[in-house]
Design a protein around this ligand. Structure first.
Ligand SMILES: Cc1ncc(COP(=O)(O)O)c(C=O)c1O
Length: 423
């Protein structure tokens, strides 16, 4: 018999967003064990040899040092491991001219947990039983925001405006400031920059405008920099992190080669850091210290920032070029297909305007020809409005080989062409 679940228990036992699709993909692969698929669905970064070596060398150093016992045989502070907090504060102070102290940094077990702490500390039911919203100012955005709030109704996303280059088959989302509402009922604001799934990088002006809308209410603005500089530096367009009184700059070391070690980092004013730290104490006491100890070494030596710009960024940027060229070579010029500008992250985002079938149906058709991508409708958490565009997009991972990406796009073009023709 299944245990009786509470309201929160029932909610947390649902697979949200892309997790539900991933289950379908795993089942498809299992059911067709002999068949070769080009799997362009993964959000898991590839193991790049130089990056693996960095973490292996840092581990060897840690094992040989007197620090080892302190790292694995003792509990630590809820705020995170001191040497990593210092390494981050020093690195950011030097790099961006900040004045961070150890009170401005929190380490969490992956950044997903950070959004969970924030969504439920700043958003959800207030003591007066009002609902504080978690605002996503530009939808689509990271599917993982869909599951972080214990009060799902609190999640509210806004439709963007679109800059479309008809001839070039390119487009870019922009926040729609004529619609975006941030008020005393907003608990916090979250967006990813660079964005998973679209690869969009909000401009500095757009970020400052969002932060300024939230400032009068002292509403925290979480800028999810899981793909941002200085590590993993998966921005293909120049960008500088934006800091400010109500901004929580949130990072992850997952795309810098440590997804298994679960390291998230929040940088911000002490008052915000403190409330998230208390949440963390209640939840898990503190994140594991092994990953933090090796990260501190790689940040202090400068190797992590270096490898990010010399290895990680060029690797995925080149994959985007392969994908873009393959689409231009094989997609019919007269069809309304548009690739989102590839400004960062490890995905490409394709919009098929007026697609005669849903993204889910297209995903099924693509599986039949051996190509797996992710249907785009899973990336609009919190956007309740009807909008055909939600069923017209696909997320394509840049984690395939060049050949897989090129062949995958060719097959996709054939299926897409047939689909438009048949209606
Ligand atoms: C935009 C974005 N934010 C946050 C996360 C969560 O990452 P982690 O919990 O591994 O730090 C991901 C993971 O793919 C992501 O793409």
């Amino acid at each position: 018999m299944n245990p009786a679940l509470s309201q929160f228990g029932a909610q947390m036992s649902h697979l949200t967003g892309v997790r539900a699709i991933m289950k379908d993909i795993v089942e498809t692969l299992r059911a067709h064990a002999g068949k070769q698929f080009i799997n362009l669905s993964a959000g898991n970064p590839l193991i790049l040899p130089e990056v693996e070596k960095l973490w292996r060398d840092s581990t060897a150093e840690l094992l040989a040092s007197s620090e080892y016992g302190e790292v694995v045989c003792r509990y630590g502070s809820s705020q995170g491991y001191g040497p990593l907090i210092d390494a981050i504060a020093n690195d950011f102070n030097r790099r961006y001219g900040l004045k961070l102290t150890e009170h401005n940094v929190l380490i969490t077990p992956g950044s997903q947990s950070l959004y969970f702490y924030a969504a439920n500390s700043f958003g959800g039911a207030t003591p007066d039983q009002e609902l504080k919203q978690i605002v996503l100012p530009l939808s689509p955005d990271y599917t993982g925001y869909g599951g972080v709030c214990l009060f799902p109704d609190a999640l509210v996303a806004y439709k963007p405006t679109l800059d479309v280059e008809e001839q070039g088959h390119r487009f870019k989302y922009r926040p729609d400031f004529s619609q975006l509402s941030i008020s005393e009922t907003t608990g916090c604001v979250i967006f990813s920059r660079p964005c998973n799934p679209t690869g969009n990088v909000l401009t500095e002006d757009e970020v400052n405008k969002i932060a300024a809308l939230a400032a009068p209410y002292d509403t925290p603005v979480l800028i999810d920099s899981a793909y941002g500089p200085p590590f993993p530096a998966l921005n293909f367009t120049p960008m500088t992190p934006v800091f400010g009184d109500n901004i929580l700059h949130c990072m992850s070391l997952s795309k810098a080669g440590l997804p298994g070690e679960r390291i998230g980092i929040a940088i911000g004013k002490e008052r915000m850091i403190k409330s998230l730290e208390c949440f963390q104490t209640n939840l898990c006491i503190h994140p594991s210290k092994y990953g933090q100890a090796i990260a501190a070494r790689a940040i202090n030596s400068g190797a992590l920032a270096d490898i990010s710009t010399t290895v990680i960024r060029p690797f995925y940027q080149q994959k985007f070029t392969v994908l873009e060229s393959a689409l231009h070579a094989s997609m019919p010029k007269d069809l309304p297909w548009f690739l989102h500008r590839g400004e960062g992250a490890i995905f490409a985002w394709l919009w098929l305007k007026d697609l005669p079938i849903s993204d889910w149906e297209l995903y099924q058709k693509l599986k039949e020809v051996g190509v797996i991508v992710v249907p785009g409708s899973t990336f609009f958490p919190g956007l309740r409005q009807e909008w055909r565009h939600k069923q017209e997009c696909l997320r394509i991972s840049l984690t395939g080989t060049d050949e897989e990406i090129a062949t995958g796009m060719k097959l996709l073009a054939t299926v897409v062409e047939k689909t438009y023709q048949s209606f």
